[in-house]
Design a protein around this ligand. Structure first.
Ligand SMILES: Nc1ncnc2c1ncn2[C@@H]1O[C@H](COP(=O)(O)OP(=O)(O)O)[C@@H](O)[C@H]1O
Ligand SMILES: [Mg+2]
Length: 377
């Protein structure tokens, strides 16, 4: 049985269509991470699941129970927001037990639930403090503790770590993953942080303009994006995209031409429909580029080098490669090298990629036309 089932969820704010035909089944204990550009409907979807926003149509089922019209308090969910909004005049213990006190639970039960949550969140020594006496990370843990004490069937998190500094975010990310493993609870987590999505999720849901673009495990989405949008959205630095035109088609292959890369062949997935003269997009991940010998690859000029310690990111101009969407005809390429490279701005380099590592997108919805790539693990 699913923990959470969303069936054809539609949501309008007046005549703005915020959620479009959302269908999703979440298995018990899954950690679902929702990502998507700002304004794509992530918070709207979470608030709809929580019952804080009425949906326009569709059905929601939590643990087999239809909760479409249920009040927030009757849904068996708890939600943690970005602004953790603790009650400033209440102690940590009082904040964490608030939901249970509102539900008029007996005091021994509340005390036990608070003690258990505090132990899990390492807040046992902080229970008598006021929120202003805590660090940002501790306050966010109290907010999570307030959710845990209610023993919900599903936890909803809306960008809970985005107000924390980078070091604390990394620490909390690990803590939340551990917490998920300990509680075995179902979690739906919204973030715009690539690393959080890739590392925490059992499955990632990519939203765009109120629709689900793709659902899958992090590595599967990374290796096998269904379309241009998902390919460009997952991965930092972003995938490089070039325009190319189809010059020939053979069984299972297409030959494309690009002013910088010349003419080369890319494999086609069965059923992909293209015609000679079509414009397609070629995608190459930054790590799929390598530095080439003098008489190989294509020429590029280094604009900026980021030395990250063990690896190097090179931003180069590879005109006339022709980036997708470039109205100036120039081409900015990002290259991720797995080692330290003695390059500086202004250097002339040659770069190349293996066409097997490239992606092809085309057709009316910019679907992926290259064959699925074998998963790394
Ligand atoms: N209460 C509201 N009334 C009208 N429009 C809203 C309301 N809340 C959100 N929206 C609109 O719905 C869209 C999705 O918003 P939201 O779910 O907050 O996006 P996200 O969390 O992905 O950034 C946005 O265009 C936003 O302006
Ligand atoms: Mg939001």
């Amino acid at each position: 049985m699913s923990s959470l089932q969303l069936r054809n969820i539609e949501k309008n704010y007046g005549n703005y269509h915020a959620l479009r035909g959302i269908n999703l089944d979440v298995a018990p204990g899954e950690f679902i991470v929702m990502v998507g550009p700002s304004g794509c409907g992530k918070s709207t979807l979470l608030k709809s699941i929580a019952g804080l926003e009425p949906i326009t149509s569709g059905t929601m089922i939590i643990n087999g129970r239809d909760v479409t019209r249920a009040e927030p308090g009757e849904r068996g969910i708890a939600m943690v927001f970005q602004s953790y909004a603790l009650y400033p005049h209440m102690s940590v213990a009082e904040n964490m037990g608030f939901g249970l006190r509102m539900a008029k639970r007996p005091k021994p039960e509340i005390d036990a639930a608070v003690a258990r949550a505090a132990k899990i969140l390492r807040l046992t020594d902080q229970l008598d403090k006021l929120p202003r006496q805590l660090s940002g990370g501790q306050r966010q843990r109290v907010a999570i503790g307030r959710a845990i004490t209610r023993a919900p069937e599903v936890f909803l998190f809306d960008e809970p770590l985005s107000n924390l500094d980078a070091a604390l975010r990394t620490q909390m990310r690990v803590e939340l993953s551990t917490l998920h493993a300990e509680l075995g609870a179902t979690m739906v987590y919204v973030t715009h942080d690539q690393v959080e999505a890739m590392t925490m999720a059992s499955r990632i849901v990519v939203l765009n303009q109120g629709r689900i673009e793709q659902v899958g495990s992090p590595l599967d989405l990374y290796r096998n994006p269904d379309n241009f949008f998902v390919a460009g959205f997952l991965g930092a630095p972003r995938m490089n995209f070039f325009e190319a035109s189809v010059v020939a088609l053979e069984e299972g292959w297409v030959r494309v031409s690009n002013p910088g890369a010349g003419v080369f062949s890319i494999a086609l997935r069965p059923g992909a429909r293209l015609e000679v003269g079509d414009t397609v997009k070629v995608g190459v991940r930054p790590e799929a580029f390598h530095l080439a010998e003098e008489d190989d690859g294509l020429a590029a000029s280094v604009r900026l080098v980021e030395h990250l310690g063990r690896e190097t990111i090179v931003y180069a101009d590879a005109t006339p490669l022709l980036s997708v969407g470039s109205d100036t005809g120039t081409s900015n390429v990002t290259i991720h090298l797995p080692d330290i490279v003695g390059l500086a701005a202004g250097a002339s380099i040659r770069i190349a990629f293996d066409p097997d590592q490239a992606y092809l997108f085309g057709g009316p919805d910019d679907q992926t036309l290259s064959p699925p790539k074998a998963s790394a693990i």
